[in-house]
Design a protein around this ligand. Structure first.
Ligand SMILES: NC(=O)c1ccc[n+]([C@@H]2O[C@H](COP(=O)([O-])OP(=O)(O)OC[C@H]3O[C@@H](n4cnc5c(N)ncnc54)[C@H](O)[C@@H]3O)[C@@H](O)[C@H]2O)c1
Length: 330
């Protein structure tokens, strides 16, 4: 098999995750990156990537690339996917696939002013456009949802399969102390708040799990039947606003920074998912699966595989400990 030739669009937080992973695969060649970041050339040098562009559309002009890996801000996903499909490139797209961006509304802040039904309908329309472009051009669309490949989740799935039990309830959580990316503050660029940005991971994982269970037991996926959600802006709590020093991100404009979603599946089972930008102590990626004959707790983060202590933050230098950890001291 020849190497798969990839062009990476976007090289900040998500792009670097992809760079680290893709560069460890020997059937993959990262031929070019596109980025507006000032350190993009240094990054390319570090990973031995020969070409750097300042616009992702330049990647699409290259005849030799098989795949475009989209790690751009969420409001660019839809256009980038359609243009990539039209250029006959297979697509890897970061989560969430899309969102509601209020493009048709001139007002700046749309989040709490537009009905959720309007948002959903617009999103569905836009997803259809991506689907159409992908089908018409005969390319693969690959949604880069990383939870479903994480070793603890793969193990969870396997234990569920072996137990043969029924998944009755799932409780899951993806939370941390707030995204560093400016695009995440506004609905117009992020397409939604914490529910969309963080909740996308556990939502994908619980849907994946119930589909898998259904395929094993009856040959067809157990699908979601209904959903309800509640959202809030905890950054607006008066006493928090008055505090001088903020340890959690507080500059949310018109997006929620907390959300809970309850999914009822067609077999009558439920999943409850929390997503918050107000949780200190490093990222929380958790799932509890309650089955008729077993219980599984997946502690992707925090976990205690390795326990470390240092009295000062500089002691562990640039070594990665835990995503979004506020300090390496202690
Ligand atoms: N799977 C995960 O765990 C995970 C984690 C973080 C973010 N994400 C997703 O990844 C996406 C990016 O997130 P981020 O935090 O890295 O965002 P970011 O805003 O920090 O980075 C966006 C990148 O896109 C580049 N860019 C912007 N316009 C461009 C253009 N026209 N041409 C080329 N490059 C351009 C920027 O230079 C930057 O490198 C989002 O959709 C986010 O939801 C996924």
């Amino acid at each position: 098999m020849e190497k798969v030739k990839i062009g990476l669009a976007g090289t900040d937080f998500a792009g670097r995750l992809h760079l680290d992973c893709l560069s460890s695969l020997n059937k993959v060649e990262i031929c070019a990156i596109a980025s507006l970041d000032p350190d993009a050339k240094d990054l390319a040098k570090r990973y031995g990537i020969p070409e750097v562009y300042d616009d992702y559309r330049r990647l699409l002009e290259r005849k030799d690339l098989d795949v475009i890996d989209i790690c751009l801000p969420t409001d660019m996903h839809q256009d980038a996917c359609i243009l990539a499909a039209q250029a006959k490139k297979h697509i890897i797209c970061e989560k969430p696939l899309t969102g509601y961006f209020g493009k048709e509304r001139p007002e700046d802040n749309v989040g709490f002013e537009v009905s959720k039904e309007v948002m959903l309908n617009q999103m569905k329309k836009e997803c259809k456009l991506v689907e159409k472009a992908v089908k018409e051009n005969g390319v693969k669309f690959m949604y880069a949802e990383n939870w479903v490949y994480a070793p603890p989740f793969v193990k969870l799935k396997n234990l569920m399969r072996v137990s043969g039990g029924t998944v009755i309830e799932i409780r899951s959580d993806m939370s941390h102390s707030g995204s560093q990316a400016p695009y995440s503050r506004r609905w117009k660029t992020s397409g939604g708040g914490s529910l969309m940005r963080l909740g996308a991971h556990p939502v994908s994982a619980v849907i994946h799990l119930k589909h898998y269970e259904g395929l094993l037991k009856r040959g067809s996926p157990v699908r979601a039947k209904s959903v309800f959600a509640e959202v809030a802006q905890h950054c607006k709590i008066e006493s928090f606003q008055k505090e001088d020093k903020k340890y959690i991100v507080s500059e949310w404009v018109d997006v929620e920074d907390w959300g809970v979603i309850v999914i009822t599946f067609e077999d009558g089972s439920n999943a409850t998912i929390f997503s918050s930008d107000g949780v200190l102590g490093g990222v929380r990626n958790k799932m509890e699966v309650y089955m008729s004959n077993a219980v599984i707790h997946m502690n992707m983060n925090p976990n205690n595989t390795l326990e470390v202590y240092a009295p000062e933050p500089h002691i562990f230098g640039d070594e990665y400990l835990v995503e979004r950890l506020e300090t390496k001291a202690g």
